[in-house]
Design a protein around this ligand. Structure first.
Ligand SMILES: NC(=O)c1ccc[n+]([C@@H]2O[C@H](COP(=O)([O-])OP(=O)(O)OC[C@H]3O[C@@H](n4cnc5c(N)ncnc54)[C@H](OP(=O)(O)O)[C@@H]3O)[C@@H](O)[C@H]2O)c1
Length: 242
């Protein structure tokens, strides 16, 4: 028996990077995993990898910046698996690394739509399944720049401050329904987004996504019963648990 046997998990942005590593880790623990992103080829590859390792997974291509696609995504999850117990709001975009005075409004709106509004929409649809079953764990991907203001991180940073706030208030609202909501800052991790943010950096100096998944398994599993409204750092967690 894995730690997540009989659970259904939805990981947005589960086709690459950190989301893909979380999806793999959940499947290894026995969860049925549903991954979504925009690019089909990456999704097929991620799901293929999970299945090759003996896990159960499905994918759907959806652009979560569009309300219609969010609804379609959650409808698909319901049709295939009947419900969802674990939601990882992982999909995000970086946007320009620019000062506020030079930051284009169109980029601001695009980043906020993917990183914050889409998270609200996906969560709301997932709650429709979680509330009646009185069970759920929602894990929102945050960032160090969403906790302390840092110049030239623009809408990305502000969206992550929003993720932290959303996590805290939703945790309070959902306590009576036995639905837990927590945020995780993965820390610098070897992914496409990190390479885009720090093009000069040697990626090999960073942990790979599959090295930081422990805290995500902990928060999804009954091991973290009663833990809600908290902000975690994946790397600190790793140090503590080793
Ligand atoms: N890597 C780091 O060092 C780091 C540090 C702090 C926080 N984080 C956070 O960790 C999370 C994962 O980051 P990552 O580095 O793994 O990012 P990544 O490698 O850029 O992957 C992002 C994922 O999100 C999907 N995505 C982007 N826009 C989407 C949209 N409109 N609709 C649906 N899916 C969309 C991408 O697939 P498609 O492009 O195919 O849609 C991809 O699967 C993010 O929330 C990020 O902010 C990362």
């Amino acid at each position: 028996m894995g730690k997540l046997t009989d659970k259904v998990a939805l990981v947005t942005g589960g086709s690459r990077g950190i989301g893909r590593a979380i999806a793999l880790a959940y499947a290894r623990e026995g969860a049925r995993v549903f991954v979504s992103a925009r690019r089909e080829a990456d999704l097929e590859q991620a799901v293929g990898e999970i299945r090759a390792a003996g896990g159960e997974a499905s994918w759907i291509a959806a652009d979560i910046s569009k309300t219609r696609e969010v609804k379609r995504l959650l409808r698909e999850v319901r049709c295939l698996y009947g419900t969802v117990h674990i939601l990882v709001n992982n999909a995000s975009i970086l946007g320009p690394r620019e000062t506020i005075i030079r930051y284009p409004l169109s980029d601001w709106e695009r980043v906020m739509r993917v990183n914050l509004t889409a998270m609200f929409g996906v969560t709301k649809e997932a709650l429709r399944m979680m509330i009646p079953q009185k069970e759920g764990s929602i894990i929102n991907l945050s960032s160090g720049v969403g906790r302390v203001g840092k110049a030239r991180w623009g809408a990305y940073a502000v969206s992550k401050f929003g993720v932290e706030g959303f996590t805290q208030l939703l945790a309070k609202e959902m306590k009576e329904h036995n639905i837990r909501v927590n945020a995780v800052n993965p820390g610098g991790t070897r992914t496409d987004m990190r390479a885009e943010a720090y093009p000069q950096e040697d990626p090999l100096t960073l942990p790979a996504p599959d090295e930081i998944t422990k805290v995500f398994v902990y928060l999804a599993s009954p091991e973290s019963e009663g833990v809600t409204g908290k902000s975690f750092d994946a790397r600190d967690w790793l140090k503590k648990s080793n």
